[in-house]
Design a protein around this ligand. Structure first.
Ligand code: IMP
Ligand code: MG
Length: 183
């Protein structure tokens, strides 16, 4: 931690893009959709660390049917203002064998789509029974690859956002209970 940059400023340079209430009520709707779609089936939520962790925890507690969860981590590199994972790399893999399982991939945000494409290819190679994608945020205007997304929380404009699991370049602001945008 020797060279870490510590934030001493408050979050007063961040505007609220999606407030806590709006966020939570949309997550409740998504959870209800998933509950209805997967009734009577076994499924697993796969969360992409680290950004997806707040979304997963709120989503899963609103899903009223039994399910499993697991985690995987994908490396990102910084390309100027936005972080984009043109070359995604799995840095932590699932513990679960997903063969013959219904899988829902839980993502914080889909930007260019490269990360998701990479993860989907990998998971598909393991022969799940089904594979769907649930993202909280969709920055669709930035998309570079063609991917199908089954559950979308919010479509957002091309702005660099932080909060609710998402960090800035220095790894901060994940703890904000809302989606914010730098002023
Ligand atoms: P993609 O491969 O370009 O779709 O990148 C997706 C990943 O980039 C996300 O999972 C985030 O980790 C990161 N990312 C993209 N846009 C933002 C943003 O506005 N704020 C914070 N992280 C972002
Ligand atoms: Mg992510």
């Amino acid at each position: 931690m020797g060279t870490a940059i510590y934030k001493t400023i408050k979050n007063d340079n961040i505007d609220v893009l999606i407030d806590t209430h709006t966020l939570q009520s949309r997550i409740t709707e998504l959870a209800l959709e998933i509950t209805n779609d997967y009734a009577g089936q076994h499924f697993i939520l796969v969360c992409i660390l680290r950004g997806g962790v707040l979304f997963l925890s709120d989503l899963m507690r609103q899903i009223s049917i039994p399910h499993h969860i697991d985690f995987m981590a994908v490396s990102s590199y910084v390309d100027g203002i936005t972080k984009s994972e043109g070359r995604a790399r799995i840095t932590m893999d699932l513990l679960t064998d997903i063969e013959h399982m219904n899988v829902i991939l839980v993502e914080d945000i889909i930007d260019t789509g490269h990360t998701l494409k990479h993860v989907l290819n990998l998971l598909n190679s393991r022969s799940p029974k089904s594979l769907r994608v649930c993202t909280l945020l969709d920055k669709r205007i930035r998309r570079e690859v063609d991917i199908e997304i089954d559950y979308i929380g919010f479509e957002i404009p091309d702005k660099f956002i932080v909060g609710y699991g998402l960090d800035d370049i220095e790894g901060y602001w994940r703890n904000l209970p809302y989606i914010g945008v730098n002023k």
